[in-house]
Design a protein around this ligand. Structure first.
Ligand code: TXA
Ligand code: MG
Length: 331
């Protein structure tokens, strides 16, 4: 595809960034790598440009977008009444995979926040993302660059598969490092509330915030609640075509009890299970599993897998984020 441009992820070419930034400033869509997943960017101050994001992804209009900044001090341009706690978190975790929900500044059009009076904001830790946003000279609204409902893209090829020519330019900086989307923390509620688990763990946040609330994370739980705090959480997410099963333990007979083409994902390498699986993935650690998870889901779809069996991981640290995505994929 001719809209993909390779870019050096560590030392991106300045001219490439300037050209891509110009496209954003002109109201075009540019997909770019962040440390978490690929984002589909538009000028956050331009409602017409942002409308193209919803159109390209097939994203429901009531699901707000994250605004990305090149530098932390620009936060006062997009958010109001920023509490001290936000600055403490920013000091510790930015640039990085932590999104903060804060009272919205009027400069941000309603389409970005889906008419909410809050705005989600983060400074990504990726030289291409930071350079691109700086070159654009505006805050950049960017959801994950997948088609709505699909697993988030962790490579430029995933973006091209989902969005193809609907995007003016895809900057290809190679596979993303974290592999799961940012942690989303709401600072507008009485007590800080974790809206989405991610690479910055609840435990790490609590060292600074004290106890934080967590939202119920499964589809069924969300549907039974009247007020949805993070609108995106009510939609089907990260979903491959195969049926995803989260299992406490997996042995050969468990695998054989599923009919059709079977894939297994686990942290230990077990030759007996491998022998009875059509596709087998064992990961060295949680970081590795998070980094590979969405690419593995996509690979399973390409190979017409019927059942994806995932063995339970610890429900803490990065494990919490992995379990969240696996559970949602299974709904
Ligand atoms: O790592 C990431 O966060 C990636 C990269 C590209 O930065 N972006 C990303 O965006 O995952 P998206 O749109 O796929 O997910 C954003 C999540 C959604 O669940 C959305 O509902 C929630 O953040 N969100 C956005 N604005 C919000 C707001 N004002 N209040 C509550 N939740 C919000
Ligand atoms: Mg997304």
């Amino acid at each position: 595809m001719n809209n993909i441009a390779t870019i050096n992820p560590q030392h991106p070419d300045i001219q490439q960034l300037i050209n891509a930034g110009k496209l954003l400033a002109q109201g075009e869509l540019v997909a770019f790598p962040t440390e978490t997943v690929y984002g589909l960017g538009a000028n956050a101050l331009d409602s017409r440009a942002v409308a193209k994001i919803f159109e390209a992804k097939g994203r429901p209009a009531d699901n707000p977008l994250i605004v990305h900044l090149a530098t932390a001090d620009e936060i006062t341009n997009v958010a109001n009444d920023i509490p001290n706690l936000a600055y403490q978190l920013i000091e510790k975790f930015w640039p990085g995979p932590l999104t903060l929900v804060l009272p919205k500044n009027d400069s941000i059009p309603d389409i970005v926040t889906a008419n909410s009076n809050t705005v989600a904001v983060r400074q990504p830790a990726h030289p291409v993302a930071l350079g691109l946003i700086a070159a654009a000279g505006v805050p950049v609204a960017a959801p994950s660059a997948n088609k709505s409902g699909k697993p988030s893209p962790t490579t430029a090829q995933h973006v091209a598969q989902d969005l193809g020519s609907k995007v003016s330019l895809i900057l290809d900086g190679g596979p993303t490092q974290v592999g799961l989307e940012s942690t989303v923390l709401d600072l507008t509620s009485k007590q800080p509330t974790l809206l989405r688990a991610g690479a910055i763990s609840k435990e790490e946040l609590e060292e600074i915030c004290g106890p934080i609330l967590t939202t119920h994370s499964t589809q069924t739980e969300i549907q039974t609640k009247t007020a949805v705090k993070s609108p995106g959480m009510k939609y089907r997410h990260y979903a491959p075509q195969a049926k995803v099963h989260l299992l406490t333990t997996i042995n050969a007979s468990t695998v054989l009890s599923f009919s059709g083409k079977r894939a297994v994902l686990q942290l230990t390498n077990d030759p007996e299970i491998k022998a009875v699986s059509d596709l087998y993935f064992s990961f060295e650690n949680l970081e590795n599993m998070a980094q590979q998870l969405f690419a593995v889901f996509r690979q399973c779809d390409q190979q017409d897998v019927d059942h994806i069996l995932v063995e339970m991981v610890p429900n803490s640290g990065l494990g919490r984020a992995i379990l969240d995505r696996v559970k949602r994929a299974g709904e």
